[in-house]
Design a binder for this molecule. Sequence first.
Ligand code: IMP
Ligand code: MG
Length: 211
Amino acid sequence: MTQEDETGQAQTNGAADADQPDHGAYIVEPMISAKAIAARVEALAKEIERTFADTELLVVVGLLRGSFIFIADLVRELRLPVEVDFIEASSYGNAMESTREVRILKDLRAPIEGRDVLLVEDIVDTGHTLSQVVKMLRARKPRRLATIALLDKPSRREVEIRADWIGFEIPDEFVVGYGIDYAQRNRNLPHIGKVVFRERGTDTAGDGAGP
Ligand code: IMP
Ligand code: MG
């Protein structure tokens, strides 16, 4: 109980820089507990084991950076011969465009041709990132390519795509924790919570960081 209180409280960083988001301006409201995540990861790993039971080697590819905690927990539950690789993509474009460019910032270290591959993503939101990365990886002719996303926000979809496995379906909220960030912060929360902005002028409970 105290743990929830502690982890659910606002993370403040004192004086806000003009170019930086004011991390004292929001609180993180708990949404999915660390315990619920662990149980779901265990169940997902069992399903993946069944699907890839005959694999010689499964290359588990994490999409950086948001998937780093999820992939770490997931591979430790997999009783399969596994290799781990990472890819980093960045998407550009504005909300007015129906397509967005997804650029590869860091590519895989090893070829995946003829390999069994599991692509691990943190959140599928509009679907642009997953759809473009999948397209790119398919072009490299893996033997099998499956996808898993910890979170899915189906109501936000712009591209028709669904991960083969989904941890949790969530409503259209901005979430952080368990590897997922808001402006690079809050990745270290052990649970997932939603970002709730304080109303302007609201007292910041005596932490002295208020406006
Ligand atoms: P998509 O291309 O719109 O599906 O983008 C998915 C990416 O956007 C995820 O991998 C996240 O990095 C980011 N994203 C989407 N929703 C959230 C959120 O609620 N919190 C933090 N990052 C998010
Ligand atoms: Mg991401």
